[in-house]
Design a protein around this ligand. Structure first.
Ligand code: 7PJ
Length: 258
């Protein structure tokens, strides 16, 4: 899953793709690099990011969805707002990726009323405050229980289980230590067979481990992606599709070795 941000303040690309045409060009490059899903987002969720209205979010993401819907690659919309989900699905997106796991009022119903796929992500707190004092008794138990509960809510609304992927939410209300525990023990999350999406690309945990700024985390991101897949992730949300695919090709070659 290649990341296409259309925000003026996204932490890792600094709003380089705020311009629609630049974002479209970037998305096409990700497709050429081998992305199998494009995740289009118009609202930054970095800690302390300002709120964006649904209208503004739609102004950012709809031109992209419309430009990319014929590309043959499924489009995911990274949003928490029911109105944005509904309009994005109508415009051609087919996956809702929600860092709030459809907890905003009306969001679960939008997904239940469509036939889209959905990614349910764990977050402790809200983007504004989540990094102030993340706290868990057992991060594996708590993240697993939250994701099972959100999945059960959706299934009860009539969403087939095979439409749902789950995500431990690296960096969302977690210290670096919590993130490393989740990555190390991803396979211990009891997610009842739901496919796991992992988003570690360029994240601060990699800065913590390497001492490198966000612009210099390509190798660390690729290493983390390989570990995530080795530990059971099925979908990777990444900025650098070509490098990630190369890293995974090495993993697959090892796994296929006679
Ligand atoms: C994630 C996300 C993630 C899912 C962002 C960033 C921050 N959606 N949206 N999982 N992260 N599902 O790209 O670093 O980890 S925005």
């Amino acid at each position: 899953m290649g990341i296409v941000n259309v925000t003026p303040d996204s932490f890792s690309d600094g709003g380089a793709f705020f311009d629609s045409q630049a974002a479209i060009d970037h998305a096409r490059r990700l497709i050429d690099d081998g992305a199998e899903i494009l995740d289009v987002g118009g609202e930054s969720t970095r800690p302390g990011a300002p709120d964006v209205s649904a209208d503004e979010e739609l102004r950012r993401v709809l031109p992209l969805i419309e430009a990319l819907r014929g590309s043959g690659v499924p489009i995911s919309v990274d949003t928490s707002k029911p109105a944005v989900m509904r309009a994005a699905l109508a415009a051609g997106a087919c996956i809702v990726n929600d860092v709030y796991a459809l907890r905003q009022s009306g969001a679960a119903e939008v997904v239940a009323d469509s036939d889209c796929g959905v990614v349910l992500m764990h977050m402790q707190g809200t983007p504004r405050t989540m990094q102030e004092a993340p706290r868990y008794t057992d991060v594996i138990d708590e993240v697993g229980a939250f994701l099972r509960e959100r999945r059960a809510v959706l299934v009860a609304l009539g969403v087939a289980a095979d439409r749902i992927a789950v995500d431990p939410g690296f960096g969302f209300g977690k210290t670096a230590a919590h993130n490393w525990t989740l990555l190390a023990r991803l396979a211990e999350l009891d997610l009842e067979g739901a496919p796991i999406l992992a988003g570690v690309s360029r994240k601060s945990m990699l800065g913590q481990a390497t001492g490198r700024p966000v612009t210099e985390r390509l190798a660390a991101s690729a290493a983390a992606a390989v570990i995530a897949v080795q530990n059971g992730a099925r979908i990777l949300r990444v900025h650098d599709v070509a490098a990630t695919r190369d890293a995974l090709a090495v993993l697959h070659a090892v796994n296929d070795a006679p």
